[in-house]
Design a protein around this ligand. Sequence first.
Ligand code: GLC
Length: 425
Amino acid sequence: MSQPLYDRAVEILARNDLGYYTVPTHGLYPFQWNWDSALSALGQSYVNEARAWTEIETLFVHQWPDGMVPHIIFHKEDDGYFPGPAVWDTGRAVPTSGITQPPVTGFAVRKLYERARDQPMARARAQTLLPKIHAWHDWFFATRDPERTGLVAIIHPWESGRDNSADWNAALSRVPTEDLDTSHRRDILHANPSHRPTNEQYQRYFWLVKHFRSLGWDTARLHDGSPFRVVDPGFNAILLRSCSDLAWLAKELGETEIAATAKTQAEKGLAAMDGLWSALHQQYLCYDRVLDAPIPCLTVGGLLPIFAGISPERSTQIAARLSALAERTTFMIPSHDPNTPEYDGERYWLGPTWLIVNYMIADGLTRDGHIDIAARIVTDSMKLIVESGFSEYYDPMTGAPCGGPHFTWTAAMVIEFLKQTGSVT
Ligand code: GLC
């Protein structure tokens, strides 16, 4: 049974491959997305190693001079997506958005390097990417952590990768809704509207884009200029894991200065992360930098720090919290705790299960020795694929497929799981 699944996953990667970048899925997301590409390169590395490196290199061709790597690169025109390049108007030769996404490339590049069959190629390509990824991390700490706390803020829900999470509701309510005729929305033409964000949320997302545009896309001004500034433990976990992995890679490649800085960034951030721990909820919480207060919302963002390399005590607590969730969930891991009023099993990040999150959390659990709960997450992930195909996300109770079909990073994660469990060789 495993080989046909593997073959189907490979077919999906090919279907969405435009030569030097891969779209998340045709129609709904017709451009290159930042963390989709980094995670998809993992699956691709088993299929075509050289092509996997290219996926990440293409992202960095479009890195901004200040170090930021944008969340979307609009390689070709496509009016099936809104807001397109004309709305962002960031002034780049190949248009890009002006915000970023979870920086998972440091992690992905280490993996690509470690598993490389072609070691000389991996060495050369990793060596070239290394300073670019490091510049992106430095950009984060310089512009998104002006008070040098060790943790960075996101300034738009889209940066988190968990677009409509309830984590953002309170902070987003400070953002005006005016001025968007929501008939411009294209996402609800491609996917069921009840699986997508609401019109009101779209208006606020749009307002933020226009506001940043009015600040001239000067990324040094956007943090302080944004009414939305949230420290997301999930986002920071990904950044800090990438810093640690980059430190490892830099040491391996003899880049001692990068290695030392990246290690310090990871250590400082991990120490600060503990300040987001909630003893009451037994998980991490987001923090609203404008209000200077935690956001008491039970989302998977607060469980992702297990990916970063937290203390054994916290790791055991997160494993216990996941085991408790597993008792009341059919398909782990719900993106929002089903026992809370905001939960909606089909609406995007308000409940649905996402394979990329499962992959990162299972990775942390396995590294920390929480084997049983990690195995449950992997088994559930594979069951979803068998029952519901390669969807964007799934209802954690019914397993129903939600969002877009033929999804690239879902296929990539299936390849990862099949390889990890030795189900295919
Ligand atoms: C949605 C997801 C985001 C992803 C993008 C492309 O916006 O929330 O995480 O990167 O789709 O797949």
